[in-house]
Each structure stands twice: as C-alpha cells, then as structure tokens.
Ligand binder design. Structure first.
Ligand SMILES: C[S@@+](CC[C@H](N)C(=O)[O-])C[C@H]1O[C@@H](n2cnc3c(N)ncnc32)[C@H](O)[C@@H]1O
Length: 201
C-alpha cells in the first residue's frame, strides 16, 4: 500500500515520471531523463537507505526528485538534499511545499560546505560528470574543467572514507571507486548502473 497521508493531496504525482516532472518548468521536464533519477530507481534506492530514524543525504539534489520520492515512500526516515544551483534548490523547495511532505529538507550549498557526519546514509547520481560533459550540462552557470571533476570526486571519496561502518550508499551511474575505501557491494542492478553499498570499517 502507498504510505501517503490523507492530507497529501498530490500523492498522484508519484505514480509516473511524467506526473512528477509536471511540478517543474518545462525546461526542467525536458532534461528529466538525463539529469533526474527516474521514480522507480529513486524508490528502490531510497528503500535501501531509509533505516527508521535515519537522515539520508542526496549529494547534488537537483530539483529534489530523489529526496521527495524517498520521503514520500519512507515516512520513517528524513531526506536532505544539497544543491549548488540556486534555481534548482528553489524549485525543490516549491515542490516540497506542494507535496506537503515534512520529512524532507533542501540545503543550498556546495558539497564541500557540508559535514557528512551529520547524515547516516547517502545517495549519489553522477553529480560531477557535467564538469567534463559540457553538451549535457544543466545550464552554463558552472565552470567546466577536468580538474574540477577530479577535485570534487576526490573530495567526496575522502569525506565518505571517514564515515562509520554500516553507512549505506547508493550510487547511480558512477563512483565505483568507493570499493577502494571499504564500501562493500550489497546489490547491483542488471544494467550495472545502480549499486548499493555498505561501509565495512
Ligand atoms: C545528475 S543531477 C542529479 C540530481 C538528483 N540527485 C536526482 O537524482 O534527481 C546532479 C546535481 O548535482 C549538482 N551538483 C554538482 N556538483 C555539485 C557540488 N559540488 N555541490 C552541490 N551540488 C552539485 C548539480 O547542480 C545537479 O543538480
């Protein structure tokens, strides 16, 4: 059964990607397939991360699709998203207000400003790839360079390395390097794109 509360007047938005994407301006709908996690994947990933009482962080949360889906289907956990682009952060908050979900929050910041130890589990969808793939970038507000890509990737790996055993992580399209920092693969999708990890030590 879908765990919506009666006051969530818009629970139907979580039925299909098109229903969800309708919450946003058209240019964000058009980039959905490339930039935002599909609902079915967000739901599966969030279920793995949503231990009761835990705080889950989406590292580069965009318009908030992963967080809102996770929060809707997992009311026992709280989902946070950190996003560098002001416009995406703004629309994530608008969507939160629309859904009336209270177990979700959005932070406007760069991931380098976040204390990862304040969160229990993490989701990561290929946030830095745009630094080396200009033609698929969300917009032109962010500097592109291979060195920025390397810097953010290394920064993230070092932040994840410091986390305690038992920390869960889901990666979608990349960051397999976490295997080298003691994350053990718990599940991988047939396509190899979606991976679920648990930190060993
Ligand atoms: C591929 S999108 C994924 C969005 C969302 N996680 C989802 O699954 O629907 C990656 C997002 O990460 C953001 N991002 C990239 N680098 C970032 C950084 N250093 N700090 C904060 N956000 C970042 C981008 O602006 C973009 O919105």
């Amino acid at each position: 059964m879908v765990p919506f509360k009666a006051e969530h007047i818009n629970y139907s938005i979580f039925r299909t990607d098109a229903d969800f994407d309708w919450l946003y301006p058209e240019h964000f709908q058009l980039m959905s397939q490339k930039q935002w996690t599909p609902l079915a994947i967000a739901r599966k990933a969030a279920e793995f991360l949503a231990e009761p009482g835990s705080k889950v962080l989406d590292i580069g949360s965009g318009i908030g699709k992963f967080c809102l889906t996770g929060a809707f289907f997992n009311p026992e956990a709280t989902f946070f998203g950190v996003e560098q682009r002001h416009e995406l952060h703004h629309y994530a908050k608008v969507a939160k207000n629309y859904t009336q979900l209270d177990n979700v929050g959005f932070i406007h910041a760069n991931i380098t400003q976040i204390d990862f130890k304040e969160f229990d589990h993490f989701y990561f969808f290929n946030a830095f790839y745009e630094n080396i793939d200009r033609k698929n970038a969300i917009d032109d507000t962010i500097e592109t360079s291979f060195s920025l890509y390397t810097y953010y990737t290394e920064y993230l790996l070092s932040a994840l390395k410091d986390l305690k055993a038992g920390t869960r992580l889901v990666t979608y399209q990349g960051l397999e390097e976490v295997e080298q920092i003691n994350f053990k693969l718990a599940w991988v999708s047939e396509t190899g794109l979606l991976r679920m990890w648990i930190k060993e030590k």
